[in-house]
Write a protein that binds this ligand. Structure first.
Ligand SMILES: CCCCCCCCCCCC(=O)SCCNC(=O)CCNC(=O)[C@H](O)C(C)(C)COP(=O)(O)OP(=O)(O)OC[C@H]1O[C@@H](n2cnc3c(N)ncnc32)[C@H](O)[C@@H]1OP(=O)(O)O
Length: 250
């Protein structure tokens, strides 16, 4: 059964442009039953996975302003509808397998309690609030990131590991979008100036090059107005078969 499902997932290699339910189409699976006594969140009952990158009340006015700016870039010009914007906003689920399949079914079967590190705290605004916008033509992306109070490292500033987490996540999202299933092989980070806790920053990533199975991404983290440089990074991602995650190299 697992092998059968993995074969369906492999169909997704290099097809991440539009997350869809394609892999599961035609697959009949039972919807899990919930006992009435269980405390359930609204999205558990929903057939659609929750997109965590939607605006919420924890977002500062600055976060909202920058989000609105990039979101507007994604819209098609009503006076020139034939020309699609190169920008698109990526949805963000609390399991990356929901991204790959566009659905929730496999994530209920494979380590059902597992959750994406950056989306595993339910309190809005406490940790990682972020949204990723991809520019398909430029092979680049921008992530708008607001750090929460639980990410403190040096007093009043964001923990370097939390910054590394976001850089890995955003460079990995771009590499996955461009190259299909990947894993981080190497991440180099230069911390240039301390990032104030609670601030809104931009994580700019661009494709450097692709060599065989290797996808190289460069990254800069700046203040929202881009006047201050906080961090620079380079990342190498290696394309994998889905079997790699389950101990098989084929
Ligand atoms: C989107 C969803 C939204 C969801 C958003 C979430 C996105 C989050 C993304 C986060 C992703 C992670 O953190 S992943 C977790 C952290 N990473 C890991 O645990 C990876 C552990 N390492 C491995 O599994 C392996 O070492 C691999 C897969 C990286 C490579 O193994 P392999 O498949 O056997 O490949 P191998 O032959 O060794 O190497 C292939 C080529 O890469 C080169 N290479 C390999 N490793 C390195 C290296 N460290 N530095 C330089 N070069 C390297 C080799 O020289 C070779 O070059 P040549 O001979 O071709 O020239």
């Amino acid at each position: 059964m697992l092998r059968h499902m993995m074969r369906r997932l492999v169909l997704f290699q290099g097809q991440h442009q539009q997350p869809t339910f394609r892999a599961l189409r035609g697959t009949k699976m039972k919807t899990p039953r919930h006992s009435p006594g269980l405390a359930l969140s609204i999205w558990t009952l929903s057939s659609k996975p929750r997109d965590f990158s939607q605006p919420n009340s924890s977002w500062s006015p600055e976060m909202r302003k920058v989000y609105d700016h990039y979101n507007a870039l994604c819209a098609t010009d009503p006076e020139n509808e034939s020309e699609k914007s190169p920008w698109m906003k990526l949805p963000s689920y609390n399991r990356s397998i929901k991204y790959a399949t566009g659905g929730i079914h496999l994530s209920k079967l494979i380590q059902a309690e597992a959750r994406l590190f950056t989306r595993n705290v339910k309190e809005q605004g406490a940790t990682f609030e972020y949204v990723v916008f991809i520019n398909k033509e430029e092979k680049s992306c921008v992530c708008v990131f607001q750090s929460g109070r639980l990410l403190e490292g040096a007093p009043g500033h964001v923990h370097g590991g939390a910054i590394a987490t976001m850089i890995d996540t955003v460079t990995g999202t771009l590499a996955g979008f461009l190259s299909g299933p990947i894993m981080t092989a190497n991440l180099n980070i230069d911390y240039r100036s301390p990032m104030p806790l609670g601030s809104v920053v931009l994580i700019h990533c661009v494709l450097d090059r692709i060599e065989r199975r290797k996808t190289y991404i460069t990254c800069k983290v700046t203040s929202a107005d881009e006047s201050k440089l906080y961090t620079e990074a380079t990342a190498l991602f290696v394309s994998i078969s889905v079997g790699h995650l389950f101990g098989s190299r084929s």
